[in-house]
Every structure is written in structure tokens, then in C-alpha cells.
Design a binder for this molecule. Sequence first.
Ligand SMILES: NC(=O)c1ccc[n+]([C@@H]2O[C@H](COP(=O)([O-])OP(=O)(O)OC[C@H]3O[C@@H](n4cnc5c(N)ncnc54)[C@H](OP(=O)(O)O)[C@@H]3O)[C@@H](O)[C@H]2O)c1
Length: 227
Amino acid sequence: MPRENHERILILGGTAEATAMAARLIAEGKQVISSLAGRTVEPVLPPGEVRIGGFGGSEGLARYLLENHISLVIDATHPFASRISQNAQLACDSTGVPLKALQRPRWEPRGDDHWTSVQDLTQAARALPGGARVFLALGRQYLDAFTGRTDCHFVIRMIDPPASPLPFASAELVLGKPSDEEEECALLMAHAITHLVCRNSGGPAGYGKIAAARSLGLPVIMVERAG
Ligand SMILES: NC(=O)c1ccc[n+]([C@@H]2O[C@H](COP(=O)([O-])OP(=O)(O)OC[C@H]3O[C@@H](n4cnc5c(N)ncnc54)[C@H](OP(=O)(O)O)[C@@H]3O)[C@@H](O)[C@H]2O)c1
């Protein structure tokens, strides 16, 4: 008789790593629930069971873990999604459910990169020279720091259109997802971009724009992770 598998794993996701992890664990016969925040209108759904939406803070997450008999939480969220990671830590501490956090290594600059590393978005906005044509590959919630730079032009890429007009003096919106070096090069050239601003997310999915900036010799304002 095969041993009954009581393991029920909650993957906090929204990343390519989380989807891959769900597929791997399901292939091993594990019971997996993937959780998405619900930020994108048409998310790429991981295989298996999926729930979408916030839990209601760390207490809500703790309740969810107990009510759903979760035996392991895997935090595979984006490295800049710090709130949910803190909540996962608190909820697992309070319930005793084990937590495994995936670490995604930072991107490291190469000798032929031209990076200015900054600590936050405010510093990134300050680091731009007047007259720059800036590619911002940041979500809606990260744009406010740049709206005061009325002396720059911004090309803003988003997956979904914003709910309200973006409050920039000079900006254009590009709807789409990160792509490979070749397509990112074409995009940067088509918009005559002079500077790229991005966060040091690490991982392969967003690296095309970094490689493109390198091959075009463009400066990158890189917002580093805290800690
Ligand atoms: N930040 C990025 O640049 C980025 C990029 C790619 C993908 N993502 C993914 O998008 C999600 C949201 O990112 P964020 O930066 O807004 O996160 P965040 O600031 O850390 O989280 C804000 C709130 O969103 C809810 N939430 C976040 N991730 C969740 C998940 N996987 N399942 C259920 N609820 C979740 C939680 O709400 P409650 O407190 O109500 O539980 C959390 O308190 C994350 O899952 C992340 O992996 C983020």
C-alpha cells in the first residue's frame, strides 16, 4: 500500500519560478495550492489549484494556513514583493507551519555595463539628467517618484493599461511584457531611449532589457534591493 501523502503546500507566487516549482511538485505527486495577488488582468496560471487575491495581512494568512491544513509554505514571490514575504514569515512563525523562501540572485554588472546603483526610486529619479528619454519598466505603483521630472520624457511599459491616466508631463505607454535582448533592443531604439531605469530583480525573465542596454551602450539606473 502506498503511504498516504498528507503534505499540502502553499506556494506564494506570481513569478516564473513559482510556476516552475508548482509544476515540479505536482509531478512529484504533492498537493499544491498556488496563490496569486491578482495584480494582472490575465495572469499566466500555474498548473494545479490556484487561489487569487490577498489574505488580509499576516493574520489572514495565518488563518488560511490553519483552515486549509497547509503543511509547508514556499515563498516564491518577486524579490521586491516584501510585504507578502514579511506576512509569510509572521504567519508561519505564529502557526508553526514551516516556511521555505526561494532566493533569486541579483543581477551583477559586467565590465561593459554602465550602471548607476541607487537605493530607491527617489534616488533613481534624481540620477536622471535633464532631457533624458527614459525607459521605465516598473509597475504602476512604482511610478510616482518620476512624475516631478518634467524635464525628461518617459516611455513606460506595463502589462495592463493603467486604471487612470499617468500624471506625467511627457510620457508614452507601451503595453507588453519583458522580452529577449533582440526585441528589447528594437524597442529601446524605436523610442530613442537614452536611459533605462529598473529594479535589480534578478532572474532570466527581465534580463533582456539589461542585455539590450549593454549592447546599445545605454546607462542603466539600477534600483538595488534593500538588505
Ligand atoms: N513587485 C514586483 O515588481 C513584482 C513583479 C513580478 C511579480 N510580482 C508578484 O506580484 C505580487 C504582488 O506584488 P507586490 O509587490 O504588490 O507585493 P507586496 O507589496 O509584497 O504585497 C502587497 C499585498 O498583496 C497581497 N499579495 C502579494 N502577493 C501575494 C500572493 N502571491 N498571494 C496572495 N496575496 C498576495 C498581500 O495582501 P494581503 O495583505 O491582503 O494578504 C500583500 O500584503 C507578488 O505575488 C509578486 O510575486 C511582483
